[in-house]
Design a protein around this ligand. Structure first.
Ligand SMILES: Nc1ncnc2c1ncn2[C@@H]1O[C@H](COP(=O)(O)OP(=O)(O)OP(=O)(O)O)[C@@H](O)[C@H]1O
Ligand SMILES: [Mg+2]
Length: 509
C-alpha cells in the first residue's frame, strides 16, 4: 500500500443477507476499496479458490448452508495468508475463540459501526502490507552459534565474556551485580560450565526467597531435633554441592547471622550443621549475585564489610539492556528461534517497524522483560511475523497506555498539566487527588496499581456530580495533544480516534 500507484485493495464480502452486503459495500467503497460480494459460504470459498485473491475478506458467521467458521477453514486452507474478518451478531466467547483459532484476523459485531469497520479494514490491510514487507527477512543470528545462551556483541558484553573466560580456570569467588533481568544467573552458570567443576553440581540458592529462620538449615543442613520440625538429620546445599559450585543469588537479602557463616566457609572451607557440633570440610566454589547496592549496605552496616571484600574478589557488572541497545535484534532472533524450536511459537520474524519499536523501548526489566514481550507477541501474532500491533501496548508507546500511578504522580507534581482541568469549576478535585496520589507514592507506599489509582480517582471525582468521564476524557485529549505538539492527526492516532472524531470531541469540550 505504500505504492500510491498501486491498485486499490479488493475486499470480498461474504454474507447471505443482501442488506448487510449492500451496507457494508457502501461503507467500504466510500474509502475507495474495490468490493466484490458472495451470497453464501460456498460461493465465497469458490471465489477465493478461483482468484484473483482478495486482499481482505469479511465473512459472516451464521449463514444458511456452509457456515462462516467452516468457510474460514476452507479459505485458509486454500490460501493460508488470506486475511479474514468474521462478522457476527452473537458475541459469544466461543465464536471469538473459534474465529481466532482458525486464523481470522479479527471479528466485528453486527450491527456495524462504520467507523470501526473502516478502521479494522485499514488495520488488516496495513498488517498485510507489513507482512509482505517482512518477506525475505534474514535473522541476525543462528541459535546454534549461541549454545552458550548468552547473546550479545556490544563491547560491554565482550568485556563480560572475557572476564568469564578469565575466572573459569581458578576457584576465585565472583560477585555478579546488575539490574534485574540482565543475565546474572546465566553468567554464573556459564562460569560453572567452563570451569573444572563442570562435572560436579551447580546449585542456585535464592537468598531472598528463603525465610531467615530457614536459610541456615537450607545452606548448612541440620541435626535431628535441632528445632521444632527437624525430625531427621538433613544435609544442606553446601554438603550436597561438595566439589561443585554454589550460586548465592540475591545475597544482599541474606541475614547478618548467615553472612557470618558464609564468611567462615570462604575463609576456612568449613561448615556446621544447625544444632550440630561437628565441623565439616566442604569444597565448594561460591558465586554470588545481587541487584542491591552492597557498598551502601556496608555503610549502613546491614552487610558485613569483611564478607563484602571476600566476595568481591572479581566483580562482573552486567550491563543493562539500555547500554547495549544494538544487541536487541540478536536477542529477539535468539528468543524467537528458541521458541520455534520448543514449538511454543511458529513466528520466527519481526517486521522492521516492530523491531524499531523494540529497540526504542528502555527495558527496565532488561533481557527478561524483552524475552517475555517476544513470547507474548509471538503467541498472538497471526501472520508469519510479529508486527507492531502484536506488541503489548506499553511497549508500542507510552502514550497509548493508561498511565501508571507513578507516571500520574510525577506529572501531577507539576501544576502545568492540570491547567486545562483547573479552568473548569470543581476540577480542582482532580488536581488534589493526583497530588494525594503523588504524596502517597513519594511516601513509599507499595506500588499502587492502576486499578487502585482508578478507584481512588473515581471516589474523589464522583463527589462532583458524576462528571468523571468528560473530565478524564478532556485530560487525556489534552495530554495527547501536548505530546503530539498540537498535531490533531497525531494526537488522534494516539487516542485511537479518527482525526474527525477528535475534532468533534475538541468542539464538544
Ligand atoms: N545475554 C543474554 N542472552 C540471552 N538471554 C539472556 C541474556 N541475558 C539474560 N537472558 C535471559 O533473560 C532471563 C533473565 O536472566 P537471568 O535470570 O540470568 O537474569 P538475572 O540478572 O539473574 O535476573 P534477576 O536479578 O531478576 O534474578 C533468562 O531467561 C535468561 O536466559
Ligand atoms: Mg537472578
Amino acid at each position: 500500500m505504500s505504492d500510491p500507484s498501486a491498485q486499490p485493495p479488493t475486499i470480498l464480502v461474504i454474507d447471505d443477507d443482501t442488506e448487510i452486503r449492500y451496507s457494508l459495500s457502501r461503507v467500504l467503497t466510500s474509502r475507495n476499496y474495490r468490493v466484490t460480494e458472495a451470497a453464501s459460504g460456498e460461493q465465497g470459498v469458490a471465489m477465493v479458490k478461483k482468484g484473483p485473491v482478495p486482499d481482505l475478506v469479511f465473512l459472516d458467521v451464521r449463514m444458511g448452508g456452509m457456515g462462516g467458521i467452516e468457510a474460514l477453514q476452507h479459505i485458509r486452507a486454500a490460501n493460508p495468508k488470506q486475511l479474514v474478518v468474521l462478522m457476527t451478531a452473537f458475541g459469544t466467547a466461543q465464536t471469538a475463540i473459534e474465529a481466532m483459532k482458525y486464523g481470522a484476523f479479527d471479528y466485528v459485531m453486527k450491527p456495524f459501526d462504520p467507523a470501526k469497520v473502516l478502521a479494522l479494514a485499514a488495520n488488516a490491510l496495513k498488517a498485510h502490507a507489513d507482512l509482505r514487507a517482512v518477506g525475505d527477512y534474514k535473522p541476525t543470528i543462528n541459535a546454534d552459534d549461541y549454545r552458550e545462551g548468552i547473546v550479545g556483541s556490544a563491547p560491554v558484553m565482550q568485556d563480560v565474556f572475557k572476564i568469564i573466560g578469565q575466572v573459569t580456570a581458578s576457584d576465585v569467588t565472583v560477585m555478579i551485580t546488575g539490574e534485574s533481568g540482565t543475565g546474572k544467573e546465566l553468567v554464573a552458570r556459564s562460569i560453572w560450565k567452563h570451569s573444572h567443576r563442570a562435572a560436579r553440581p551447580f546449585i542456585a540458592v535464592n537468598c531472598a526467597a528463603i525465610p531467615d529462620n530457614l536459610i541456615e538449615s537450607e545452606l548448612f543442613g541440620h541435626e535431628k531435633g535441632s528445632f521444632t520440625g527437624a525430625t531427621a538429620q538433613r544435609l544442606g546445599k553446601f554438603e550436597l554441592c561438595d566439589g561443585g559450585t554454589i550460586f548465592l543469588d540475591e545475597i544482599g537479602d541474606m541475614a547478618l547471622a548467615t553472612q557470618t557463616k558464609i564468611l567462615r566457609v570462604l575463609q576456612a572451607g568449613e561448615i556446621q550443621r544447625v544444632g550440630g557440633t561437628e565441623t565439616i570440610k566442604v569444597d565448594v566454589r561460591i558465586l554470588a549475585a545481587t541487584n542491591k547496592d552492597l557498598e551502601e549496605m556496608v555503610k549502613a552496616k546491614t552487610f558485613r564489610e569483611d564478607l563484602y571484600y571476600r566476595l568481591n574478589v572479581v566483580r562482573i557488572k552486567m550491563p543493562t539492556l539500555r547500554e547495549r541497545g544494538g544487541d536487541i535484534p540478536q536477542i529477539v532472533d535468539f528468543c524467537l528461534q528458541n521458541l520455534v524450536k520448543a514449538r511454543k511459537a511458529r513466528v520466527a520474524k519481526v517486521s522492521p517497524e516492530a523491531m524499531a519499536v523494540l529497540t526504542r523501548h528502555t527495558w527496565p526489566g532488561n533481557v527478561r522483560e524483552l524475552e517475555n514481550v517476544i513470547y507474548r507477541s509471538a503467541v498472538i501474532a497471526q501472520g508469519a511475523a510479529i508486527l507492531v500491533k502484536d506488541l503489548p501496548a506499553e511497549i508500542r508507546g507510552a502514550t497509548n497506555v493508561e498511565p501508571t500511578v507513578g507516571a500520574l504522580a510525577l506529572t501531577a507534581t507539576s501544576d502545568a498539566p492540570f491547567d486545562a482541568v483547573r479552568t473548569a469549576n470543581a476540577e480542582n478535585v482532580a488536581l488534589a487527588s493526583a497530588r494525594v496520589t503523588a504524596e502517597r507514592v513519594a511516601a513509599g507506599e507499595p506500588a499502587l496499581t492502576v486499578e487502585r489509582a482508578l478507584d481512588f480517582l473515581h471516589a474523589e471525582l464522583a463527589r462532583d456530580g458524576g462528571r468523571i468521564l468528560p473530565q478524564l476524557e478532556r485530560e487525556l485529549i489534552r495530554r495527547a495533544l501536548a505530546t503530539a505538539a498540537g498535531d490533531v492527526g497525531v494526537a488522534a492516532k494516539q487516542l485511537g480516534l479518527t482525526k474527525a472524531a477528535l475534532q468533534k470531541k475538541l468542539k464538544e469540550h
